[in-house]
Design a protein around this ligand. Structure first.
Ligand SMILES: Cc1ncc(COP(=O)(O)O)c(C=O)c1O
Length: 406
């Protein structure tokens, strides 16, 4: 079979993109100028990236990355277990563990890889994984790859989770898998209740804190600080490519477990280590979060409130999450793409989520302002928002949507 024939097998429906005459995906960005991305000759407001604290343009991080390249080269050109583990890797693992509030941590090339690889390493046929219906694709893929029974529970519904747990008899081990901050609309998992249910039903909780680390908790330490879970008994994962403005993933937990992972997890053992520049950049970011979170967090939340207020004034239908994520709700793929197009035409980049990232018949245009805009550019952004919709599509639908259904 010719590789071109596979495109037919993949059965991708591109018609909404073609009908709307607008494709927001794989958009080619020019470099940043004065902190703003450019497309062609125009500057854009970036509400699409996960740069919660505005650290991606922080010079101190860039300098740390530059000097790591001079010291270690551009790449370790090897896996961590063989030749890819410089002293800064151990330093970052220790600092992350301490920051997150768990005994030990290990770095992965990405959180996607960590989630898939960890779940498929620890869970086996004969086990069961209970997973929040809205959990990130990487957690779903990991559960699938484990080859055990997978039971989704309704989003953040502890009653449903408990019913499922009570019905799970005859399995060897049980795992409860969730995100902390759900990235599409910013809802927060009730992790304390999940931990309590885990204890009662002898299950292992697994939480992905990608959108919590550096964002929630009084000092930005993530979900364990936010929920005062000093004794979290489970497995913690997070991406380093969001508030920490770099790349890579971290898995944290009990020291013996982390040591076992170093020798058993194929996604770690057989994959090139993170670049030393990324490791050094994340160390620098962590130092900034430790010393400046109270200021950066304040700016992030103030900006978020201003963004929510402006969007509400324009009549958009918004989900009220607990994270600095503004989620504009839409009732179809066409509507979501029309919203994305309106924003784009006003010079604003936002992220459209369409099925399968959200349920069929729904959509979300996600906007994360973060702490990155100040002064005049923030005023310019609000001015641009005031020239926005509600879009034609939204007016036509006369929308008043509930948050995404579980
Ligand atoms: C909740 C969640 N988990 C995992 C990932 C993957 O992280 P990474 O980009 O480090 O692979 C993402 C990124 O989109 C995410 O939002």
């Amino acid at each position: 079979m010719h590789s071109a024939d596979f495109s037919k097998l993949l059965d991708i429906d591109r018609s909404p993109l073609e009908t709307g005459g607008f494709n927001p995906y794989y958009r080619s960005l020019g470099g940043l100028q004065h902190g703003q991305p450019w497309i062609g000759r125009s500057p854009f407001f970036d509400l699409a990236s996960n740069d919660y604290l505005g650290l991606s343009s922080d010079r101190r991080i860039h300098e740390a990355m530059d000097s790591a390249i001079r010291e270690y080269g551009s790449s370790m050109c090897g896996t961590p277990i063989a030749t890819g583990y410089a002293s800064i890797f151990a330093q970052l693992e220790a600092e992350l563990a301490q920051f997150i509030g768990l005994p030990s941590a290990v770095l992965f090339p990405s959180c996607y890889q960590a989630n898939v690889s960890i779940l498929s390493t620890i869970a086996k046929p004969g086990d069961v994984i209970l997973i929040d219906h809205y959990a990130h694709a990487s957690l779903g893929q990991g559960a699938k790859a484990a080859g055990c029974k997978v039971k989704p529970f309704l989003h953040n519904d502890m009653g449903h989770l408990e019913t499922q747990l009570a019905a799970c008899t005859g399995f060897h081990r049980k795992f409860i898998v969730t995100e902390s901050v759900f990235s599409t609309e910013g809802s927060l998992a009730p992790l304390r209740s999940i931990v309590e249910l885990s204890r009662r039903y002898e299950a292992v909780p697994v939480v992905d804190d990608s959108h919590g680390l550096g964002v929630i908790g009084a000092s930005g330490r993530g979900i364990l600080e936010h929920d005062a879970l000093g004794d979290f008994p489970g497995i913690y994962t997070a991406s380093l490519g969001k508030a920490l403005a770099n790349a890579g993933g971290v898995v944290a937990g009990d020291a013996e477990f982390i040591e076992a992972i170093r020798y058993s997890c194929p996604g770690l053992i057989y994959s090139t280590a993170l670049s030393p520049a990324s490791v050094a950049g994340t160390l620098a970011a962590l130092e900034i979060v430790r010393s400046e979170f109270s200021r950066l967090g304040d700016v992030m939340w103030k900006n978020h409130q201003l963004l929510m207020k402006s969007l509400k004034e324009q009549g958009f239908c918004l989900s009220e999450g607990s994270a600095p994520i503004a989620a504009i709700l839409a009732d179809s793929t066409t509507h979501t793409l029309a919203l994305a197009k309106d924003f784009f035409q006003k010079g604003i980049l936002a992220t459209p989520f369409i099925p399968p990232s959200v349920p069929q018949g729904r959509g979300v245009l996600r906007c994360i302002l973060g702490a990155k805009l100040t002064g005049l550019s923030l005023e310019d952004l609000i001015e641009s928002i005031h020239h926005l919709g509600p879009s034609e599509a939204e007016r036509a639908a006369g929308l008043s949507l509930e948050p995404l259904p579980a």
